[in-house]
Design a protein around this ligand. Structure first.
Ligand code: FAD
Length: 512
């Protein structure tokens, strides 16, 4: 199999994980990335003289990367610096209402009791138990396995697991399920926010997304150099295992020989032959024909209203005063439902947004603030209408004003020291073609949405998919896992083709 040439389109984490797995197995791998750096959404942006992480900042489910690096003959720790965070996040609703969540369930329960009373703390403990059950039920048959249909999933969990599958309430929304654990609307909002980790609204996402709470409980790590560095580490290792990575290489078309994938054509007309291709571009790029009309059936054409959330991000350096920022802090809107109604139905930015702030120079234990200006990423959710309806300069200015008003209502004032680097849905649409700025593929709304994500294998022989728009879903570890699943499917198919070819050859010989 080592003579087989594989092209990976895109150096997002799904593409890089697939490339590393295949290169470590001895295949001839070339990654083609249109941007001038690897990592895709795991990127940093320059602000003044600093690099600000402008993509993912919360690193969980490290087992995916532990296994990825171990399979490639090294370990995650050997390649990158990681520290477990004891303080998961600080949450604020006003100048008076603050709540910290910790890696330690007992410490969080105490904090919740002090914040909202013992009944809510008891609800939190029950919620943790249920979220753990949801995760345990789904890790093996869903996250680690090929994309199932609902029937496959029921078969995979088996008779013993059906009870758990039912208890995880696949047909309820996350918001309604949270009502069974929390009476305090602020806690429902806090835990409902986990739906946005998949770009979904808590009012429409299935209750199964409570597994995100468990994933954070198991561990959040801060990564030295940020998550863009983690992508760099996977790319470096893939190259050490023999993969070639070319940046500034935009794939315009996937080529076939009439039956199966035969290679790709770059925007400058260069053609590169391959026995198999893994597309790490968003499935919408395939579904809208951006990689060739023949490839449309392999992708997904996601209507704008079924896209996941986009975001407006501000990468900045600023002096922060009046509020003790943690590494991760969240400032909540007064009315979550009208916030999501504005974004998903009104297709506009809400006047009172929930604001996430990553204070990148602070540790994950609530340690002291750096003296002087610090690096911050501010993020609010936004409709994924980039490309079709870019935000106007006025809307962007209003967004900034609304963010600063929210922060200041909670006691935080920011004094920027440099011009911020802003990325809007339109900017994301430009970076990730075909998406309209949606950052997580198809929105996980309703219980069937999960099953609508394509799996690694496609209808086009020799073409495989990897990335956050593919099973098992978005987020750094899940997208990396999709890359591992794509690599496994590709190797299995090449193996079986080689075996049947060999059988046909030996059959032919005996005939003579
Ligand atoms: C602001 C933000 C915050 C986030 N926060 C978190 C978080 O805290 N934790 C978390 O786990 N996840 C988070 N996520 C989600 C996470 O970053 C993504 O799910 C994950 O990184 C997606 O990886 P991917 O494999 O889909 O590739 P992508 O990152 O989508 O990269 C795809 C790559 O393909 C390239 N490409 C596309 N078309 C072509 C072509 N035709 N030719 C060549 N190259 C092409 C693109 O340039 C890109 O580099 C966040 C995302 C964003 C944007």
């Amino acid at each position: 199999m080592t003579d087989k040439r594989v092209i990976v389109i895109g150096a997002g984490i799904g593409g890089l994980a697939a490339a590393l797995t295949l290169a470590a197995a001895g295949l001839d791998v070339t990654v083609l990335e249109r941007a001038d750096q690897v990592g895709g959404k795991m990127r940093s942006v320059p602000v003044g003289g600093s690099a600000i992480e402008a993509g993912p900042t919360v690193f969980t489910m490290r087992w995916v990367f532990d296994e990825l690096f171990e399979e490639a003959g090294t370990s995650l720790e050997a390649e990158i610096g990681l520290r477990p965070a004891s303080l998961l996040a600080r949450h604020a609703w006003s100048g008076r209402e603050r709540l910290d969540l910790f890696a330690d369930v007992a410490a969080s329960a105490d904090a919740i009791a002090a914040f909202a009373g013992p009944r809510e703390a008891e609800g939190y403990r029950r919620f943790c138990t249920r979220a753990a059950e949801v995760y345990r039920t789904l890790e093996g048959p869903f996250i680690r396995a090929d994309r199932p249909s609902p029937v496959d999933l029921a078969q995979r969990v088996g008779l013993a697991g059906i009870g758990s599958l039912w208890r995880i309430q696949p047909f309820a929304t996350l918001w309604s399920a949270l009502g069974e654990y929390f009476r305090d609307p602020r806690l429902r909002q806090l835990f409902g926010r986990y739906a946005t980790y998949c770009g979904a609204s808590p009012f429409e996402a299935p209750a199964t997304l409570m597994l995100v709470a468990h994933v954070e409980q198991v561990g959040v790590w801060t990564v030295e150099g940020g998550l863009s560095r983690l992508a760099g580490a996977v790319a470096d290792l893939a190259m050490r295992r023999g993969a070639r990575i070319r940046t500034g290489a935009h794939v315009a078309r996937i080529l076939t020989d009439g039956h199966r994938v035969a290679g790709v054509e770059l925007a400058d007309g260069e053609r590169i032959a391959a026995d198999a291709v893994i597309a790490n571009a968003d499935v919408s790029a395939l579904g809208t024909g951006l990689l060739g009309a023949d490839m449309i059936p392999a992708g997904d054409r996601i209507p704008p209203r079924e896209r996941s959330l986009s975001a407006v991000t501000f990468g900045m350096t600023a002096r922060a005063q009046g509020f003790g920022l943690a590494h991760h802090s969240v400032f909540f809107s007064a009315d979550y439902r009208s916030e999501f109604d504005a974004i998903l139905r009104g297709r506009r930015l809400p006047p009172d947004p929930t604001v996430y702030v990553c204070a990148q120079d602070r540790d994950g234990d609530g340690g002291p603030a750096p003296g002087g200006p610090e690096r911050l990423l501010l993020l609010v959710n936004a409709p994924a209408d980039g490309g079709e309806r870019p935000l106007t300069p006025r809307e962007i200015a209003a967004c900034e004003t609304n963010i600063l008003r929210k922060l200041s209502a909670c006691g935080l004032t920011l004094e920027p020291t440099e011009q911020a680097t802003i990325t809007t849905p339109d900017g994301f649409a430009g970076l990730f073609p075909g998406t309209g700025g949606a950052l997580y593929g198809r929105a996980s709304h309703g219980w069937t949405a999960t099953f609508k994500r394509p799996g690694a294998r496609t209808r086009v022989p020799g073409l495989y998919l990897a990335g956050g728009s593919v099973h098992p879903g978005p987020g750094v570890p899940m997208a990396a896992q999709s890359g591992r699943l794509a690599a496994a499917a590709l190797r299995a198919d090449l193996d079986s083709t080689a075996r049947s070819h060999k059988a046909a050859m030996s059959g032919g010989t005996s005939m003579r």
